[in-house]
Design a protein around this ligand. Structure first.
Ligand SMILES: [Zn+2]
Length: 434
């Protein structure tokens, strides 16, 4: 199937922040085959023509999420992390069924598509149910099977073996890819991390873990081993291959040097880090060292949104506050962190940019809104997108050329029925004491 999109402008999603005004985009069988000014476009032939009045963006890539936690959104707002986990999250998760995960992920995936997010990296229980949910909505996901020493879960070696079996049996069609998600160095024995990393390297899988989210989490490890968490991971052969470290808030120059040396990518989650008062990650220092960085929402129980475009603005604002400089992170760079930069960070060069050879994951944002005026230069469209635009202005979303959001409504699933289902399940999971 061939499609020709025309738009007021295309925002490419590259590091330079390229905006192509009066643009045309050709798609063949879900892949981008031509991008440029409409005036220079080849003959469209018999392609289906889709003319959008606003801007076309690449589908956003959410580099760190636990999206089924929409079931716990906003619960126990304001509790410190340890009490929030012990009193609110763990009792609910103990009651969680695979069916709950699938329904919640389906609803969350539809919510993300509506907000222009076409791919997310997920780390949560019942990974095959997460994949099934994404199959229903038409989105993409990299699903990192969590490894966690929780009561009721199999021994860690068995969890790892199951994760590898699942990952190596995936179809490899670009829609769902499985990775391995050892939770963190402070929750898992180091040999488990080492084995998980070896398995990930052997099979080319994404290894996704939390690193240095809070100031205190590395203190015990530092006292025991005399090493920071990144140095500990390096010393235990956990780094190398496709490693994606969520957060990396409390890291020093030596840690970042290790990230550069081992090409560890960072999933930067500014909204979650702000809500939980974890701190502000040194994004500028990471980028200056050539560390790959992508933006993530983190779970909707600690953000509380799945609105990656909102987090682009927050990332730019927080980086500027941290460095005390209005040039610390440009609007173009901030947007890139949610598109091309995020695709690089998760090791998926087929995603994240409106560029020839990449998958046709496209988002149409309506610019007939005061938030998008004035436009004296095409770059203003990108500036407005970051500083005054909102995901509410996403009108249409395509994944691999297939339309999954039309006029602001997800067309692949019944979002209203899912909302009611999530509400009912969330009430049950809250338990008798509610
Ligand atoms: Zn997380």
């Amino acid at each position: 199937m061939r499609q020709r999109f025309t738009a007021r402008a295309v925002v490419v999603g590259d590091h330079a922040g390229t905006v192509v005004p009066d643009a045309a985009v050709d798609v063949e069988d879900g892949t981008l085959t031509w991008v440029g000014p409409a005036a220079d476009a080849p003959d469209a032939g018999d392609a289906e023509v889709v003319a959008v009045p606003g801007v076309l963006l690449p589908g956003l890539v959410n580099a760190h999420s636990h999206a089924p936690m929409v079931l716990f959104r906003g619960q126990a707002e304001g509790l410190p992390l340890a009490r929030w986990l012990r009193e609110v999250i763990w009792p609910r998760e103990a009651r969680l069924t695979p069916e709950d995960v699938e329904v919640a992920m389906t609803a969350a995936s539809a919510e993300m598509l509506r907000g222009g997010v076409t791919t997310s990296v997920e780390m949560y229980f019942s990974p095959e149910r997460i994949a099934a949910a994404v199959g229903r909505t038409g989105a993409r996901a990299v699903v990192a099977t969590p490894l966690l020493p929780l009561p009721g879960m199999p021994p860690l070696a068995e969890q790892l073996a199951d994760a590898v079996t699942l990952a190596t049996s995936a179809p490899g069609d670009g829609a769902v890819e499985y990775g391995i998600g050892p939770h963190a160095a402070y929750t898992l024995p180091l040999p488990v991390l080492r084995d998980a990393a070896a398995a990930a390297r052997e099979h080319g899988l994404l290894l996704h873990l939390h690193v240095a989210e809070t100031a205190g989490e590395g203190a015990d490890l530092l006292a025991t081993h005399g090493l920071s968490v990144p140095a500990l991971l390096a010393a235990h052969d956990v780094l190398g291959g496709r490693v994606l470290a969520a957060h990396s808030v409390h890291v020093d120059d030596g840690d970042l040097e290790l990230w550069r040396e081992y090409d560890v990518a960072v999933a930067h989650c500014p909204a979650s880090n702000a809500k939980l008062a974890s701190g502000i990650a040194p994004v500028r220092a990471m980028l200056d060292r050539g560390v790959r960085v992508g933006l993530g929402t983190d779970g909707p129980a600690s953000n509380d949104g799945l609105d990656l475009l909102a987090d682009v603005r927050l990332a730019a604002g927080l980086a500027r506050l941290r460095e005390g400089s209005a040039t610390a992170l440009t609007a173009a760079e901030a947007f890139w962190l949610a598109t091309g930069g995020a695709a690089d960070a998760i090791g998926r060069p087929d995603l994240g940019q409106v560029a020839v050879g990449r998958r046709a994951d496209l988002v149409h944002v309506d610019t007939r809104d005061l938030a998008f005026e004035p436009v004296l230069d095409p770059m203003d469209l990108l500036t407005h997108l970051v500083w005054s635009g909102t995901s509410r202005l996403v009108r249409d979303t395509w994944v691999g050329g297939r339309q999954v959001v039309r006029d602001g409504v997800c067309t692949t699933v019944d979002a209203e029925a899912l909302r009611a289902d999530v509400a009912e399940r969330a009430t049950r999971l809250a338990g008798p004491a509610g």
